[in-house]
Each structure stands twice: as structure tokens, then as C-alpha cells.
Design a protein around this ligand. Structure first.
Ligand code: NDP
Length: 400
């Protein structure tokens, strides 16, 4: 079918690359390009001989638009999969525009000096992508990503209007470390130490970090503490789901994680303000990332399951109804299949599927779109086929 250029070769990219290689009919060729080329070469060496997909590698600094343009012009991919960090979204979008190549990512743009999680920078590209006749697919991970597609699917098949969405992200995996993050520590800690917020009656309601706590009995896992966080898909779902009154996002955290995080915050280690250390500027959070376990090393030690999904309350034919769509994933099963834990797996699989939707022309409209703006059905089928089967419950316990 075609060729993808994959930028980044970290935890999420590694799973997406494994999945592209399982799907060689669509991904006939991939080029893996990242800052540290050695990681790309190591992964290529591991996968070659196990797949029909032709793999090449390249070194690229994705902060440099000219370097990206040169790489895209050389490789001529059908789609660029941005699996680097949110800081690179705009430079990669610029390069896609210059070369008229489809773009996708799993996280919205963030400037390095603020932790905002807003779409406004990427939405500002809408007209230019439309005029260039190419698609930018935003947020094709799990959350955002699958949770957004669950929302579009619930609206299409089960509701006339959805009034309430609670997105619940539970990771009941245990890696045995007192403190480690399951994906890029810098991005993860920026997200969880920011103020919480939810959408209600047309506006944001802000909370202190971790101010709102609930306990939920997750299917296949059991009771866990979960906390309300700001999360980027709330912003686009609030616009794209008509009739919505409230959207909240909850994530589970264990007590050890929270105690360590509080202590690191109290001593200033999670700050993104640069400080002078021995005459050199360093960002405390970036230093912390360097001393924490690399999330990609957690695979062999993480045991347990994840459960991520959405609870919807709305109306069908004038009658109130509720629905829960969720996926559960087993860390050890993921490790056996692709050598990664479930947090990387649940993001890397939808990244491959989103790119496949663009490559096959299943999703085809020029412009910049959040994932819930496309027909959810082919994506939902692909989740079942590619390792993230979902379940539906019509009698879920609601979150108060
Ligand atoms: P990692 O830190 O493991 O990997 C990031 C990769 O990007 C590394 O290979 C890194 O290179 C590369 N990179 C960073 N900067 C540059 C640059 N300037 N030029 C080229 N390559 C660069 O991160 P994750 O895999 O954990 O996360 C990847 C993305 O997925 C993030 O944007 C994250 O927010 C998102 N995510 C989305 C989720 C969702 O559900 N939607 C869930 C989890 C993550 P090097 O090896 O040199 O460091």
C-alpha cells in the first residue's frame, strides 16, 4: 500500500513500529527517524527478518523544519507519524505543509516553557492544511485517541445526545519501583502536577492539582483511587459532541506515586523554570527525567492490567440511558508481544491505526481534525483486529 515516516523512537514509537511491521500489507515501507539514530538502528535490527515491511532509518532533529523537509523530500512518505514529543508538533506540521504530506500525532503541541495542553496552536493550521489538500489527524493515541473515538461511536450508535462523559484511565500495573512514570517522565509529571479542570455548562472549572478524588470499581481490576486531571481531549470533545453538559477525566494513582510526587514538588524538582547549576542552565524536571527509570525499561517488570474507557450519560428517543465503553490490557501480554508495557502499547496501537486510516484513504478530508471528527466505525473494527478489543456495558456504576 504505502510508506510511513515515523519520527521518534521511544516507548510509544517502538510499539507503533512493531504494529506497522505486523501490518506489512499497508505499511510496505517505514522509515524510522529520530534524534538518536542508534535506537532506530537497534529496533530495525530486532525487527528485520520478522516482517515483510522494508525498514530504513535516519537521524533527524525534529525541532529543525529544514531538516524535516529534506528528510520528507528524500523519503517521500504517504504519511508522517509524529511520535516524538509535543514540543515538535508545529515544526513537523510545517514540514508536512511544505511537502504536502499527511500528518498525525498522539499529543497536542506544548511550548517548552508552559504546560497548557491546548489545541489553539494546531487548530491555527486548519486553513493551510485545507488549501494544501492534506490531512492532519490530531490525537491518535489512547487518551486522546481511542477515548475520543469511543465518544464518536457512542454518539453515532447509542445516543441522540450525550450530556455527560467521564473518561476513566486506570493503570493497575505494578513495576516494583517506589516511583517511576509509564511514559516520558517530563510530559507525565507536567500533566499530573498541573491544575485540574473539567468542562461544565460551556466553561472550564479549575481545581487544585489532585483536589478531586473518587474511588471506582474497575471491571477486571477492582477498586482504585482516581483523581480528576485536566486532559487535552476534553477541549475538542466539548466542541464536537453536541448537547454536552459536562466532561471530566480521572486517572488512578497509587499512594506511593503521590507521596513521591508531592515530595519532589515540595523540593522544586518538578519545576520547568530553568535554574543555574555550576554555571550551566538546567531545568529541574529534565534533570529528574535523567535520574528516573526509563519508561521503556519497565516492560519486563510491570504486572497487572490497564482499563481505560468512557462512561456516557445521555438520551435516546427521549429516554435517559448510560453506557460504558472500555478496553482492558495486560502489561505482561503486551510485553510478550512487542517488548513494551501496556501504557506504551495502548498508545502505539492506535497510532498505527490512525496512520493506516490516512494511508488507505478510509479517512479522507483536507484540514486539521481531532480524531472524533472522523467516522469511528473503521477505527473501532481495527482496534478489535490489532490488539485493543473493547467492551460495552449498559449498566455501569456512575461516578458521583
Ligand atoms: P519517549 O521519551 O519514550 O520518546 C520520545 C522520542 O522522541 C525519543 O525517541 C526521542 O529521541 C525523540 N525526540 C525527542 N525530541 C526529538 C527531536 N527534537 N528530534 C527528533 N526526535 C526527538 O516518549 P514516549 O514514547 O513515552 O511518548 C511519545 C509521545 O506520545 C509524547 O508526545 C507523549 O505525550 C505521547 N503520549 C500520548 C498518549 C496518548 O494516549 N495519547 C499516552 C502516552 C504518551 P531520543 O531517543 O534521542 O530521546
Amino acid at each position: 500500500m504505502g510508506k510511513a515516516l515515523i519520527i521518534g523512537c521511544g516507548g510509544v514509537a517502538s510499539v507503533a513500529i512493531h504494529k506497522c511491521c505486523q501490518n506489512s500489507d499497508v505499511f510496505e515501507e517505514i522509515c524510522i527517524a529520530s534524534r538518536t539514530k542508534q535506537k532506530c538502528d537497534d529496533l530495525k535490527a530486532k525487527l528485520e527478518g520478522t516482517t515483510k515491511t522494508k525498514i530504513t532509518t535516519a537521524k533527524v532533529d525534529a525541532d529543525q523544519v529544514e531538516e524535516l523537509i529534506a528528510l520528507i523530500e528524500k523519503e517521500k512518505p504517504d504519511v508522517v507519524m509524529n511520535l516524538a514529543l509535543p514540543y515538535q508538533d508545529l515544526t513537523i506540521m510545517d514540514a508536512c505543509l511544505a511537502t504536502k504530506t499527511h500528518y498525525m500525532d498522539t499529543a497536542n503541541y506544548e511550548p517548552e516553557d508552559t504546560a497548557k495542553f491546548e489545541y489553539k496552536w494546531q487548530w491555527a493550521y486548519r486553513e493551510r492544511f485545507e488549501q494544501a489538500g492534506i490531512t492532519a489527524l490530531l490525537g491518535s493515541g489512547f487518551d486522546p485517541g481511542v477515548t475520543s473515538v469511543f465518544s464518536a461511536y457512542a454518539l453515532k450508535h447509542y445516543f441522540d445526545e450525550i450530556n455527560y462523559i467521564d473518561i476513566l484511565d486506570c493503570n493497575a500495573g505494578d513495576h516494583g519501583y517506589p516511583f517511576a512514570t509509564n511514559f516520558n517522565p517530563e510530559i507525565n509529571i507536567r500533566e499530573v502536577s498541573a491544575k485540574g479542570s473539567y468542562w461544565e455548562d460551556g466553561h472550564w472549572v479549575e481545581t487544585e492539582p489532585m483536589e478531586i478524588k473518587r474511588v471506582y470499581d474497575f471491571p477486571e481490576i477492582g477498586e482504585k483511587d482516581m483523581y480528576l486531571l485536566h486532559h487535552e481531549e476534553i477541549e475538542s470533545l466539548a466542541l464536537n459532541i453536541p448537547g454536552i453538559k459536562r466532561i471530566r477525566f480521572f486517572m488512578t494513582f497509587g499512594q506511593s506515586y503521590l507521596t513521591h510526587l508531592k515530595c519532589l514538588e515540595n523540593v522544586g524538582m518538578t519545576s520547568i523554570e530553568p535554574i543555574l547549576y555550576e554555571g550551566k542552565e538546567i531545568v529541574p524536571l529534565q534533570f529528574l527525567k535523567a535520574v528516573l527509570p526509563d519508561p521503556s525499561s519497565l516492560g519486563p517488570r510491570t504486572k497487572g492490567k490497564t482499563n481505560i474507557g468512557c462512561i456516557f450519560v445521555g438520551k435516546k428517543d427521549g429516554v435517559e440511558k448510560k453506557l460504558y465503553i472500555y478496553n482492558t490490557c495486560d502489561h505482561q501480554e503486551c510485553y510478550k508481544e512487542v517488548g513494551s508495557q501496556a501504557v506504551a502499547y495502548t498508545t502505539g496501537v492506535p497510532a498505527m491505526i490512525g496512520a493506516m486510516m490516512l494511508m488507505m484513504g478510509t479517512w479522507k478530508k483536507a484540514g486539521v481534525y481531532n480524531i472524533e471528527e472522523f467516522d469511528p466505525d473503521p477505527f473501532m473494527d481495527a482496534l478489535n483486529q490489532w490488539g485493543l478489543p473493547w467492551k460495552i456495558s449498559e449498566e455501569p456504576e456512575l461516578v458521583d
